[in-house]
Ligand binder design. Structure first.
Ligand code: GDP
Ligand code: IMO
Ligand code: MG
Length: 434
């Protein structure tokens, strides 16, 4: 059954890239889940198990790390594209979790044979590097993501195609473990045993082999058959390796271009780019965050909200940053916005939106390149009256209090994209389509 309010909205859905337009955790999982009702195929194209996408279905909550959130709708096909980095043991764990919850993935989950592997030495090297950075650490998820992408770029990585070929795996792994152990030793870390990694990865390989495929070919067959494809971005624009607040970023292209390179999707087949934003802003890990405000953080944490879905760390919180989000709309080509967690602002008497920055006395309307400069910008705020009404039961746009609509209209205008989805709670039916 098609959820009634979706009918009008979906006539213009087509092939859509969904990206986080802030620092991750914008509520992408929830929005992907509602959009998947109409899409045929959901594709992950970058990142790895650093992602944590929460989806609420009825009274059950699912947190997906590597598997596309579309998997929760039982007729949909999900692809893990070539741009994703995969820890096979984590992926098997995730498959087990779905099995326990009686979600069958048979015949509808496919993993690119070109996707690179995250190895135990990646995680160990990352722990060493973070430890050595001390106060300057990035605050990564310690999932081995950076070193795995490092090997990919250095052309020394292992791929899914290697994992599922026992002979290739053995030969390549032996060399790589030897090389990695030299580095680990220099860093003062714990060396890796070839034998135990080979056994662990060999076991995971036997389990994952039936899912490994040429997903680029599958994607093109789907496009030729006029299927609707939804790309599930992970992380967010300001964690992008190129466009983010470098070096406090992740190691992949989290912006819309990454969806193309990470799957084999031609840019001219993309119809829409949807940016997901929270009605305020959050960030996990170190790095600049101009509109950070501990008072909002305390309020949200006291409500039991804003704890990391992957690491459980409390998220840093702040006001909506229209400067950063407008720039995110530009670099991604965002033409549609989904605003989540509007209900998180329900109790506030006043709500602020950052409309410009002041840097060393000068007013600027862009995010500076150097992290030190971003640390120094002073946000210039516009203040809106809070609505102080419970929005969680709103079903249509006009159910939202006028002050909330005014706030959202200002957000939309400052970003330069229209709001097509407003989310007032984690559940599927707490979603307003426009
Ligand atoms: P993602 O990484 O972008 O998928 O986001 P996360 O799942 O890490 O974090 C978003 C959190 O907000 C999750 O706990 C969601 O269940 C929750 N969420 C999403 N939309 C809404 C909303 O509109 N209201 C509330 N209260 N929670 C929401
Ligand atoms: P989703 O998909 C929020 C952050 C980490 C750290 C930085 C680098 O759930 O939105 P990494 O382990 O990737 O090398 O860490 O990026 N980070 C995220 N923050 N949401 C995420 O994913 C994130 N994935 C990585 O906290 O600051
Ligand atoms: Mg998350």
């Amino acid at each position: 059954m098609v959820f009634a309010p979706l009918a009008g909205f979906f006539c213009f859905m087509a092939n859509t890239i969904l990206v986080g337009a802030q620092w991750g955790d914008e509520g992408k999982g929830k929005i992907i889940d509602v959009l998947t009702e109409k899409a045929d195929i959901v594709v992950r194209s970058q990142g790895g198990a650093n992602a944590g996408h929460t989806v609420r279905v009825g009274d059950k909550e699912y947190i997906l790390h590597l598997i596309p959130s579309g998997i929760l709708r039982e007729t949909k096909v999900c692809l893990i594209g070539n741009g994703v980095v995969i820890n096979p043991t984590s992926l098997v764990g995730e498959l087990d979790g779905l099995k326990q919850k009686k979600i069958s993935v048979k015949g509808r989950l496919f993993i690119s044979d070109k996707a690179h592997l995250v190895m135990p030495y990646h995680s160990e090297l990352e722990s060493c590097a973070e430890r050595l950075k001390g106060r300057n650490k990035i605050g990564t998820t310690l999932r081995g993501i950076g070193p795995a992408y490092g090997d990919k770029i250095a052309r020394t990585g292992l791929r899914m195609a290697d994992l599922v070929d026992a002979k290739r795996l053995e030969a390549r792994l032996r060399d790589r473990v030897r090389e990695a152990n030299r580095l680990i030793k220099a860093f003062g870390g714990k060396s890796i045993s070839f034998k135990s990694v080979y056994a662990e990865y060999g076991k995971a390989a036997r389990r994952l082999k039936p899912f490994v495929a040429n997903t680029t070919k599958m994607l093109h067959e789907a496009l030729a058959a006029k299927k609707e494809v939804l790309f599930e971005g992970a992380q967010g624009t300001y964690l992008d390796i190129d466009q983010g607040t470098y070096p406090f970023v992740t190691s992949s292209n989290t912006t819309s271009g990454g969806a193309c390179t990470g799957s084999g999707m031609p840019p001219n087949k993309v119809d829409h780019v949807m940016g997901v934003i929270k009605a305020y802003t959050t960030r996990v890990g170190s790095g600049p965050f101009p509109t950070e405000d501990d008072a909002i953080g305390d309020m949200l944490h006291n409500m039991g909200r804003e704890f990391g879905a992957t690491t459980g760390r409390p998220r840093r919180c702040g006001w909506f940053d229209a400067v950063a989000t407008r720039q995110a709309a530009q670099v991604n080509g965002i033409d549609q916005l989904a605003v989540t967690n509007i209900d998180g602002l329900d109790k506030l008497a006043e709500i602020r939106v950052c409309t410009a920055y002041r840097l060393r006395g000068k007013i600027i309307d862009y995010v500076p390149t150097i992290s030190n400069d971003i640390e120094q910008v002073k946000p210039i705020y516009e203040t809106f009256p809070g609505w102080q009404v419970d929005t969680t039961k709103a079903k249509i746009w006009n159910d939202l209090p006028p002050k909330a609509r005014k706030y959202l209209k200002a957000v939309s205008q400052s970003v330069g994209a229209k709001i097509v989805i407003a989310s007032v709670g984690p559940a599927r039916n707490q979603t307003i389509f426009r």
